[in-house]
Ligand binder design. Structure first.
Ligand code: PGA
Length: 250
């Protein structure tokens, strides 16, 4: 049985007090959703610690949205995986398309970030996905395959067991446009096939989340697909009610 996951990527939203409030509201309503759903929230670095504190005693895990490629030292403005882990975080999002697009993250950088994440006991939520031009050119399979081969294939079998993948078509992120459930299933199944070519049967256990304008009104249809194991939620994760409603999509 694969883990079912609903992860909230808050991006650069919420001030500390708002983030704590949001986390508490999610925790307060969590009981309405099946225990089988694993909730994760990923606030900005500035209030990771306060959100971890606010969620103590709940079953909601906390993740960061990024980590540094180096362990420590003279890297002004960077946040090391060890620092994130020390706060009590369990996850870290790596390779989000906004990081690849706006901050020039490449497979080379992401390999280093993966090393740091695992060295500090953080479970990566590794994002892959194609742009609109790539989708139109029919290159979406190749793009996702390369993003996986270049980074995930460098993991050991042991490390792979802690990996979560998020398929997020760039054209669906924050645009209101969602991939259809069929489009999601098609590529999730393909991603699992690519993973199986390297990790064999363990690929059947890897959670693959869908991300991109996922909301209460479309979550159930997407999550019903065999190879979709949950969602990485941006906009709709900023409202506890919507975030929880997405969890009810299972
Ligand atoms: P969205 O973002 O739900 O606002 O489209 C998803 C993401 O980028 O993780």
């Amino acid at each position: 049985m694969r883990k079912k996951i609903v992860a909230g990527n808050w991006k650069m939203n919420t001030l500390p007090a708002e983030g704590v409030e949001l986390a508490k509201s999610v925790a307060a309503g969590r009981g309405e959703v099946c225990e089988c759903v694993n909730f994760i929230v990923c606030p900005p670095f500035t209030h990771l610690s306060q959100v971890v504190e606010a969620l103590k005693g709940s079953t909601i895990a906390v993740g960061a949205q990024n980590c540094a490629a180096e362990a420590k030292g003279a890297y002004t403005g960077e946040v090391a995986a060890s620092m994130i882990a020390a706060l009590g975080c369990e996850y870290v999002i790596l390779g989000h398309s906004e990081r690849r697009q706006y901050y020039g993250e490449t497979s080379e950088t992401l390999n280093k970030k993966m090393v740091q994440a695992y060295a500090n006991g953080l479970k990566p939520i590794y994002c892959v996905g194609e742009s609109l031009e790539e989708r139109k050119a029919g290159k979406h399979f190749d793009v996702c395959k390369a993003q996986i081969e270049e980074v995930v294939f460098n993991l050991s079998e042991e490390q792979f067991k802690d990996l979560v993948i998020a398929y997020e078509p760039v054209w669906a992120i924050g645009t209101g446009e969602t991939a259809t459930a069929e489009q999601a299933q098609e590529i999730h199944a393909y991603i699992r096939e690519v993973l199986a070519s390297k990790f064999g049967a363990a690929a059947a256990e890897c959670p693959i989340l869908y991300g991109g304008s996922c909301k209460p009104s479309n979550a159930a249809e997407i999550f019903a697909k065999e190879d979709v194991d949950g969602g990485l939620i941006g906009g709709a994760a900023l409202k506890a009610e919507d975030f929880l409603a997405i969890g009810k999509g299972f």
